[in-house]
Design a protein around this ligand. Sequence first.
Ligand code: SAM
Length: 262
Amino acid sequence: MRRASTAIPRTTHDLRPTTHDSASMPEWFEEWFGEEYLALYPHRDAADAEQLVRLIGHCTRWSSAWRILDIGCGPGRHAAALEHAGLRPVGLDLSRALLRRARQVTPAPLVRADMRRLPIRPRSMDASLSLFTSFGYFDTDDEHAETLRGMAATVRPGGWFVIDFLNAAQVRARVGAPGALEPGERESRLRRYLSPDSRHVIKEIHLADGRQFIERVRLYDAAELEQMLTAAGISVRHRFGDYLGAPLSDGASRVLLMGQAA
Ligand SMILES: C[S@@+](CC[C@H](N)C(=O)[O-])C[C@H]1O[C@@H](n2cnc3c(N)ncnc32)[C@H](O)[C@@H]1O
């Protein structure tokens, strides 16, 4: 295996010696978000989703007619919670496996697409959501800014855009250089570390059956996210540090920003 401390892996294959051309390799987020991902995040469940949906509903004062796009909907837990709350969600995700799971929990329309090229009419949504760190996966800051602009463009004037992201300040304070693999769910072993320039947090996941995956997320802090949102035409109205509405701080577990489109 390539030494993790000297390179930032972009794909699972980067973790192994390979003779393939890396340009033709799938990106890590095309490989990792399947059944294995769900097995390793069991605490991110329906109750967790309902709590966040309640907070968003309280802040945006949505009405039951609202059409809401859940970008990176994964297994559909927020779409299901939105549906239960009487709204009209549309789930969008790249992962076939996770969309199949979503189909089991919600009758909402589900779209398979890449968030970088959204097949959604501009300004057609009352709200668009990016929940539980469904952002920060791409190679360049330009790609991230462009993706955020595309997501924000789906929202009608006065509608809402919500992003729920990891808290970069908290992650940088807790995570350091690569250490030993530690035990995770289902006999997996995990290692979480910062890239040498501290711009990414990387998680290596080694499954019991020998397969290896990575997660690689760009560490945008709250101010950077807000700047990108502003540039995308979203004025941030609410800032929280968790799903119960705690204030945003460096030690908060999440960065939750809710803003309105111009
Ligand atoms: C951390 S998961 C969160 C899933 C869901 N929001 C939740 O909270 O359960 C990130 C999701 O983003 C999706 N995703 C990753 N890259 C994507 C892309 N380029 N376009 C669309 N969805 C993508 C993954 O398939 C995965 O479902």
